[in-house]
Write a protein that binds this ligand. Structure first.
Ligand code: ADP
Ligand code: MG
Length: 313
């Protein structure tokens, strides 16, 4: 059995709760369904698809909910919040995709795999939080939370966000389960929210408080499955040079060499576009053919080369 034909689609957590939204479940279902429409269309054309997703805004909300309720119910550690987000987002995406497929007359099982990912306990990321999670905060709220010990970063035009450590993914522990689902023609949703971060020691695994960037976990998943194409869907229509300036320029296509050069020049920040580009470089250097970065609504056009940014070796 070869896994060359399927494609991996990685959906950004930021496409599920938009800036300014409170994160009501009805809003999330609308965005999820909108993302599933083009994915269902691809599946209707016979393409095998593996889905993964981020959880930035959602896991931050789960963590905040825990903290707000801490005087009533014991708060859960961040890695359990990541597991909760895999379950919740996975359930929502499975429902959305099932319904979109049904509408097209296709009966297929969609199965969410609760996925653990091994990270290195000595990863320097634990000393330097870079991953933005949860809602955007005003200047005064951010000041309050930073006094409580949160690491925070101001995102231009949007507001402040909480930062947590984001170690590199090393090994996907449920990889065999994903392979079996693909073999059985079941659509897997795997490695959600970057995977539940765990470390190994004394013959056991143990969860650690961090959020792995889903783009890097997705790249690892795509490499482990020997895929040729990997699509990253996010809330921006492609990759830009000089993103933060008025003369920003969209790139239609770039090579690994260009990507490495622009990354080194600082065009792609940590915690947002940086990990997507790193994920693309790692995948293409390990035998992948193409990575596309686009918005969910442009997926079909992007697959036809008419939207998004394509990165090739
Ligand atoms: P996701 O949830 O899809 O992973 P991220 O917020 O992590 O979303 O990454 C997408 C964001 O990256 C965009 O909304 C944009 O604000 C930001 N970004 C930073 N640099 C760039 C760039 N060079 N080109 C395009 N987008 C960029
Ligand atoms: Mg991201």
């Amino acid at each position: 059995m070869t896994y060359e034909s399927p494609i991996l689609i990685a959906l950004g957590g930021n496409a599920l709760i938009l800036p300014g939204e409170k994160g009501y479940i009805e809003e999330q279902f609308i965005h999820t369904a909108a993302c599933m429409t083009p994915i269902a269309e691809l599946i209707s054309h016979g393409l095998k698809v593996i889905i993964t997703h981020g959880n930035g805004p959602i896991v931050g909300n789960i963590l905040l909910r825990n903290e707000c309720a801490k005087n009533y119910i014991p708060p859960m550690p961040l890695y359990i919040c990541v597991a909760d987000s895999q379950g919740g987002i996975g359930a929502m995406m499975a429902e959305g995709l099932y319904n979109e497929l049904k509408r097209l007359g296709i009966n297929k099982t969609v199965s969410t795999v609760i996925t653990h990912i091994l990270v290195d306990n000595n990863d320097p990321a634990f000393q330097n939080p870079t991953k933005p999670i949860g809602p955007y905060y005003s200047d005064s709220d951010a000041e309050f939370y930073m006094e409580q010990g949160w690491s925070m970063k101001k995102i231009p035009e949007r507001g402040w966000r909480r930062l947590v450590p984001s170690p590199k993914p090393k090994k996907i522990l449920e990889l065999d389960a994903v392979k079996i689902l693909i073999e059985k023609n079941i659509i897997p949703i795997a490695s959600g929210g970057g995977g539940i971060p765990v470390v190994e020691g004394n013959g056991a695994m143990r969860g650690v408080d961090a959020v792995i960037d889903k783009d890097l976990s997705a790249s690892l998943l795509a490499r482990e499955l020997s895929l040729k194409r990997f699509i990253i869907l996010t809330d921006v229509d492609g990759v830009y040079l000089n993103w933060e300036s008025a003369d920003r320029k969209k790139l239609e296509g770039l090579t690994v060499k260009d990507a490495e050069k622009y990354l080194a020049e600082g065009h792609f920040p940590d915690g947002s576009m940086g990990p997507k580009i790193e994920a693309a470089i790692e995948f293409l250097k390990s035998g992948g053919h193409e990575v596309i970065i686009s918005r969910p609504e442009d997926l079909i056009a992007a697959m036809d080369g008419k939207a998004g940014t394509r990165i090739r070796s």
